[in-house]
Structures are given as structure tokens and as C-alpha cells.
Design a protein around this ligand. Structure first.
Ligand code: CO
Length: 509
């Protein structure tokens, strides 16, 4: 007769599988909403999404799951389960306890308040008036605070803000982030002071050449092909579409990316495609044996971002990549025929202290994130209030980036995150950069000549190393454990800083 614990475990997995399949249907509907649906389909899509999310919530809070979980965990044979099985039980249990702890009324109120706030944000931004949205943002903040306080117990974290961070970066503490971000900030400022002068005369004519959308589509295909992300063959597991803001969606054998083509700013899409393809490769390389299981997903938002940043910046802004790729680009983009590689690489690595996060370079980007992190931390630590956000924002921008914010559109209202109810998300971006530095060090140890390979357009070994060391472990570990397994160290900004120093000082990009 079959072992009872295995039997119950399998039943648990089956229920969780249904939820994962349901989630994948939601993601296709969401993708359709953003890409190809006709404008008047919006109401039908919203109804579909609302229904699926209601069914999903019912399924994942079904008391039957609680019963099965207890049966597995209290079974004397539980210890005989392997690491992947135990991790599945852990992830199902975590999700179940969190979902049942939040009152349905609160969940519904939050969803509603998110819609209200994001809509008023759009209006307030157009009118350049933060005052218009303050009241609704306060309500959204208070609801998130309530949820965070409830989740603190379940997640066993010390502060409401850490409960929010845990949704994106499991088990990450503010102590650890603050320590890493402080070090990062010191290093970045030193670096920035040294390269500032040399960069004032960057005329970037090379980046302003008009390139038609049709040609840019060809460039995108060439990039994904070079990276080994199949968006064109008859057996493709990916595709590229066009949206206002680029994103990646899907999993397993169906992972899609989007980009935005600007005729007068063709590199914008090149770096978006490199970035999103990095996300896509991670999703595609999740351990196939674990598909439709909780462990068959990605580790965290920070680790996800480390992969996208690796392909966008460490690969995509390197001289080696362009040694191989610029001649290819020139073949399909005759306006670039005269472009010299030195000028091109210099132009795509221009450093500038600016006000807008999404336009920031590899160095200053992190300062934009550190500002948002400190504000969130102090907001949920009740050291600052919603009323004070613009003032705190502007002071930090003056201090950390030396820029003067003239109105809140280019200040506290620039990003959608807070107004969409995403609190605790921002740190993932800079954590991703920090991890990417650590991961690149480990890659270099394992594959010392990877840059030479890159210069010949060979990404196979690089991809394989990432696949085996990062992607394949999927969600078997929390991010701290994963990064320690791969690099021997927990979160450490030093390798990323060292990478930037080598690139921007010694090579004088
Ligand atoms: Co990303």
C-alpha cells in the first residue's frame, strides 16, 4: 500500500496545480488586454479577470487545503519527503495562511481603492497637482498598512514594511537592505564624482538617427535570436509584441515579451528587448520537471531583475556584445554604417544625473531606487506622512542626485507603483543590480573567457551557466539561500560596484 503522506501530498499538489493553471489563463487575458484586443473589449476582459481572480481566491482558501496541509505536516513520515517536496508543502502552506488571514472585505476594498487611486493619479499627473490625489492615496496607504500588519504575524517579520517586501523578496529584511543600499550609495557617489566631468560633452547624434519601426522589428528578432530566445521559428516558445510599457508574461513554453518602438530613439527598444528577453529566458528555463508545482516558478522579483539587468546591461551595454552585434545592426540599418564602435558604446553608456528613473543610466538608476526605498520604509515606519511625500522626495533628489524638482510630475508622481498599490516592490530593482554583480563574478570564475565568447556572438555557455546555476533551481530556495549557493555570499554590493568601477573608470567608456 502506498505511503499515506505521499498520497496526501499528491492531492495537495493537484489542487495547487489547478491554481497555477488558472493563473496562467489570467496572464494570457492580461497580455491580450495590453497587446491585441480591440478597445471596446475592455469590459469583457475585466469581467473575465475579476471572475478568475474570485475563483482563484476561493480555490486557494478552501478549508480542504488546510486539512490536507495538517495531514501532511503532522504525519510521522513527513520527514521522509525530499527537499523539493518539503519546499512545495512550505510554499503551499505559506500562501494558504496568508490568503486566509486577510479578510475578504479588506481584499475587495484594496482592489477597489487601487483602481480609484491609479485613475486619480493619471488625472493629477496631467494637472501637475499632487493635492488632487492625496486623499485617495492616504486611503490606499492605510489599507495596505492594515494588510501588512495582519501579514506580519503570518510571515513572522518584525515590521509592516517587511511584510510588504516579503511579497516580492521573501525573507529579505530592511536591516539587510539598508546596509547594502548605504554601501552601494557611498560607492556610487564616489564613482559619479569622478566620471562627471569627462562626460559633459556627450553629443549623442548616433542615438538619434531615425530608424523605422519595420527595421526595429527586425533588430528585435535579431537580438532574441542572438540571445537564444526563440521568437520566430515554427517551434517558437516566445514572441514580441508592442505596448506602451514593455513587459514579460507567461511561463514554461509560452513566454512573451513586449517592447515600444520610437523612430527617433531606436536604442530604447533595443535595451527593452534585451531586458525583457532576460526575464523570458529565466521563465523558460524553470526546471521542466517542476512545471505546475509551486517550486516550478521563479525565486523572487530581485533575482528575476538580476537576470534582466544582466542581459540588458552587463551583456547589452558591453563593448564585447557590440563588437559582434554592431556590424549586424549596420547591415539592416544603413544610417548607422559610419558609426564607430567606440562612439556607439560611449553613447549607450552615457552617465547623467537626471530626475526620471526610467531614463536613468546604469549608475544613477540605483540612486533613484534608494530614494524610493527610504521613503517607503519611513512611510510604513510612520516617520513621514503622505502629505510630506513631495517635500521629502524633492529633498532627497537634491541631496542624492543634485537635481532640482520643479513640479511633482517629474517628482513624486512619476511612477505608477504607489498609486497602483505596489508598496515594497521598488527595492527589487536595485537588489537585482546587486545580485547581477555577484552572479557575474561567479560566472567569471566558472567561465573566465565569457567576454571573448560574447565578442564572437557566442552566448551558449553563458546561458547554460545561468540556466544551471540560477534558472534551474527555480523556487527551491529563498533568494538569500540561492545567492549564497551560487556566489558563496549573501547580499553584497561590492561586486556590482567593482564592475561599474572597472567599466566606467578604467575603460573610460
Ligand atoms: Co524588469
Amino acid at each position: 500500500m502506498e505511503n499515506k503522506v505521499k498520497h496526501v501530498y499528491r492531492e495537495l499538489l493537484e489542487r495547487s496545480r489547478d491554481n497555477i493553471v488558472l493563473g496562467s489563463a489570467q496572464s494570457v487575458i492580461h497580455w491580450d488586454m495590453e497587446t491585441t484586443m480591440p478597445p471596446s473589449a475592455v469590459e469583457q476582459r475585466s469581467l473575465q479577470l475579476e471572475l478568475l481572480s474570485r475563483i482563484g481566491h476561493q480555490m486557494s482558501t478552501n478549508p480542504e487545503i488546510g486539512k490536507l496541509l495538517r495531514q501532511v505536516q503532522t504525519n510521522p513520515k513527513y520527514s521522509e519527503l525530499g527537499k523539493p517536496e518539503k519546499r512545495n508543502v512550505y510554499l503551499i502552506n505559506k500562501n494558504y495562511l496568508e490568503q486566509i488571514s486577510l479578510p475578504e472585505k479588506l481584499v475587495a476594498e484594496m482592489a477597489k481603492q487601487e483602481t480609484v487611486t491609479v485613475n486619480i493619479w493619471k488625472r493629477a499627473k496631467a494637472k501637475k497637482d499632487y493635492g488632487l490625489l492625496k486623499f485617495e492615496l492616504k486611503k490606499l496607504f492605510e489599507l495596505n498598512m492594515q494588510a501588512a500588519e495582519i501579514l506580519m504575524d503570518v510571515k513572522q517579520v518584525k515590521t509592516p514594511y517587511e511584510a510588504l517586501i516579503d511579497q516580492f523578496e521573501p525573507k529579505m529584511t530592511t536591516h539587510r537592505i539598508t546596509e547594502a543600499f548605504d554601501k552601494l550609495q557611498d560607492g556610487l557617489r564616489l564613482l559619479l564624482n569622478k566620471i562627471q566631468e569627462a562626460d559633459k560633452c556627450s553629443e549623442n547624434k548616433v542615438l538619434c538617427q531615425p530608424v523605422t519601426v519595420e527595421v526595429q522589428r527586425q533588430i528585435s528578432q535579431l537580438i532574441t535570436q542572438t540571445l537564444g530566445y526563440d521568437t520566430a521559428s515554427p517551434a517558437a516558445n516566445g514572441r514580441i509584441d508592442e505596448t506602451e510599457h514593455p513587459f514579460t508574461s507567461g511561463s514554461y513554453q509560452d513566454v512573451r515579451i513586449t517592447t515600444h518602438y520610437y523612430v527617433d530613439d531606436y536604442t530604447n527598444s533595443i535595451f527593452s528587448v534585451l531586458h525583457e528577453a532576460g526575464h523570458a529566458l529565466y521563465e523558460l528555463n524553470v526546471n521542466p520537471e517542476w512545471r505546475y508545482q509551486p517550486i516550478g516558478s521563479t525565486c523572487s522579483y530581485g533575482i528575476h531583475e538580476s537576470q534582466s539587468r544582466f542581459y540588458e546591461n552587463i551583456i547589452g551595454r558591453s563593448k564585447e556584445f557590440w563588437t559582434y552585434f554592431l556590424p549586424k545592426l549596420q547591415k539592416i540599418t544603413p544610417v548607422l554604417t559610419e558609426t564607430k564602435i567606440e562612439n556607439f558604446v560611449h553613447a549607450i553608456n552615457r552617465v547623467e544625473r537626471s530626475k526620471i528613473r526610467i531614463k536613468a543610466d546604469e549608475i544613477t538608476y540605483n540612486l533613484h531606487i534608494i530614494i524610493r526605498y527610504e521613503i517607503e520604509r519611513d512611510l510604513f515606519g510612520e516617520k513621514i506622512s503622505i502629505d510630506e511625500l513631495p517635500q521629502v522626495w524633492n529633498e532627497k533628489y537634491a541631496k542624492y542626485l543634485g537635481v532640482k524638482i520643479n513640479d511633482d510630475t517629474e517628482g513624486v508622481m512619476q511612477d505608477t507603483h504607489w498609486y497602483s498599490g505596489l508598496f515594497g516592490y521598488f527595492p527589487s530593482y536595485a537588489l537585482g543590480n546587486i545580485y547581477s554583480g555577484q552572479i557575474t563574478n561567479a560566472l567569471t570564475e566558472a567561465l573566465p573567457n565569457w567576454r571573448n565568447q560574447l565578442a564572437q556572438g557566442k552566448l551558449k555557455e553563458i546561458n547554460n551557466w545561468l540556466k544551471e546555476n540560477i534558472h534551474h533551481s527555480s523556487n527551491l530556495y529563498d533568494p538569500e539561500e540561492l545567492i549564497k549557493n551560487v556566489t558563496g555570499k549573501i547580499l553584497d554590493p561590492q561586486p556590482f560596484l567593482q564592475y561599474l568601477q572597472n567599466k566606467f573608470r578604467e575603460n573610460e567608456v
